[in-house]
Design a protein around this ligand. Structure first.
Ligand code: ATP
Ligand code: MG
Length: 504
């Protein structure tokens, strides 16, 4: 790609970007939220028409005006926002628009099922192809998208933050496929905000900044600190903020919390959970895939409804958490894992999306107060570095990471007593990560209790006072955040389930 230019109205998204990817190369594309990574790849996959520049594939100039052009030129893309059909089955999604036919031109359902099974086996996921997509976890849906892209036998495969919705073991499976693509000579463009992943999978990387090139580097020869400097324009002094010690008063006290299996099953519900979080304390939830981190947070937000047993107290007062409404009025806030699908109204402005559910907190006697709303929105945009042309821009025009920050801002405006967070920095760039950590430290210093699940262990170690490790829905140990190590967490999280432990 040479000199690619793209304007969206007044926004200069791409200012003449160059990108060269070799056959059999895994090329990382990096940059802060809103740098232009997705836009550049949308140009390559025919979704966005560039205003200028040229594209060559294997030395031949190509014109990629539509997604169909790109597909026939051998380009497949796994988008940051999944473009699958939620109401259809896995099989139907895999073959959408290219369904195998019998000789009578009717759908060859048997062939579809067989082929779907093969594709899923190929990338090592256990899923019934006949399940509807909406019944799957976000990570599983992502794996279906990946299976689909791989089945297109592409020459160039673009993965836009493929791992942001995957659990660690799913990420491993994805990474296991990459050598195979390399051998087949596929050029892979891999967008990620996680340096550790880039170090593992990528050969070279290109850094974008403000719609331009900031540099291209060979991964094996470059220190992460240098890459961060290229991305941010300056080194990050201190990723994790200094923290104040928590207070003595117990904000959240959970005793004997269990959740009865959902009729649909497939989740690891909490079992006999005892847990306390003090005011001003940040407690982490660690655990492997399926350990039950999300399920515990869901239960505390009232999402398990009447399936939940046990007691929950907030500031010493027992609370009923039979619905999210109960939880909200008790002062519980929740930023869930699948933020992208959690209630942004894409056509509405950034401002409207931020104040949406904060309204009761900002209104007095039922009257909305425009000035207070405006200043709340302005400080959210400033504090979280939300990159947007203005507070009035439609949220749908923001980059993926910036949309996530909007969801985050909305939940913080409610000033909950207890804030539940599920992987809060997934998909946000390193600069915004450090902003979010600072913000959490500030909120905790103000007395908020924070319970945060994360699959990034360095993050938990960096921000938590204590870390509870989950396995099979139970808390198996609680470690001190100051002295815990990644090894200790992993050992606790992955210990083989011993029959006697199970029986207890
Ligand atoms: N359809 C659109 N209309 C208006 N502006 C847009 C549109 N699509 C993208 N932009 C703007 O272009 C810029 C680049 O966005 P892009 O999505 O490419 O960023 P990104 O590097 O992928 O970020 P992230 O890491 O958050 O996914 C942003 O300022 C974004 O707001
Ligand atoms: Mg993007």
């Amino acid at each position: 790609m040479r000199g690619i230019v793209k304007h969206f109205g007044g926004v200069h998204a791409l200012r003449g970007v160059d990108l060269t990817v070799g056959a059999g190369e895994v090329h990382a594309l990096l940059g802060e939220n809103g740098a232009g990574k997705s836009t550049l790849m949308n140009v390559l996959s025919g979704v966005v028409r560039p205003d200028g520049g040229a594209i060559e594939i294997a030395g031949e100039p190509v014109e990629l005006s539509t997604p169909a052009d790109a597909q026939s030129a051998g380009i497949a893309m796994i988008h940051q926002e999944l473009d699958l059909v939620p109401q259809s089955t896995v099989t139907e999604n895999l073959f959408l628009g290219r369904e195998p036919r019998t000789r009578l031109r009717t759908l060859d359902r048997a062939a579809m099922r067989r082929h779907a099974r093969e594709l899923l086996d190929d990338i090592g996921i256990e899923l019934s192809p006949s399940r509807t997509l909406s019944s799957l976890r976000v990570g599983e849906q992502q794996m279906v998208a990946i299976a689909k892209a791989l089945s297109l036998e592409a020459r160039i495969l673009v993965m836009d933050e493929p791992t942001s919705a995957l659990s660690d073991s799913e990420v491993e499976r994805l990474f296991a496929i990459i050598p195979r693509l390399r051998r087949r000579g596929v050029g892979v463009v891999f967008i990620s905000h996680r340096m550790d992943e880039i170090a593992v999978v990528a050969d070279r990387g290109t850094v974008m900044r403000d719609g331009g090139n900031a540099g291209t580097f060979v991964v094996a020869e470059t220190a992460p600190a240098d890459v961060i400097r290229m991305m941010v324009g300056q080194p990050i002094e201190q990723l994790f903020p200094d923290r104040e010690p928590p207070r003595d008063d117990v904000r959240l006290a959970v005793r004997g919390l269990s959740v009865a299996e959902h009729p649909g099953g497939g989740r690891t519900e909490p079992r006999d959970v005892d847990l306390e979080v003090r005011a001003g304390e940040v407690v982490g939830l660690a655990g492997l895939l399926g350990a039950g981190r999300t399920e515990l947070l869901d239960a505390l937000f009232g999402l398990a409804g009447h399936r939940m047993a046990g007691t929950v107290e907030l500031d010493g007062v027992p609370v009923r958490l039979a619905s999210p409404r109960d939880a909200i009025s008790a002062g519980v806030g929740y930023v869930p894992e699948d933020r992208r699908v959690s209630g942004l109204v894409m056509m509405e402005s950034v401002a409207a999306n931020i104040v949406l559910s904060a309204l009761p907190a900002l209104a007095r006697a039922g009257w909305r107060r425009a000035a207070r709303e405006r200043s709340a929105v302005a400080s959210s945009i400033r504090d979280l570095h939300i990159k947007t042309a203005s507070a009035e821009s439609a949220v749908g025009t923001l980059s993926g990471g910036n949309q996530q920050k909007v969801v985050f801002a909305r939940h913080l405006l409610r000033e909950p007593r207890l804030l539940l967070l599920d992987d809060p920095t997934r998909g946000v760039d390193i600069g915004a990560k450090s902003e979010i950590y600072r913000l959490l430290a500030r909120l905790a210093a103000g007395g908020m209790a924070v319970l945060v699940a994360s699959s990034e262990l360095p993050e938990l170690l960096g921000i938590c006072d204590r870390i509870a490790v989950l396995r099979g829905g139970r808390i198996v140990t609680v470690l001190d955040g100051g002295s815990a190590t990644q090894e200790a967490i992993l050992a606790a999280a992955s210990l083989e389930q011993h029959p006697t432990v199970e029986a207890r």
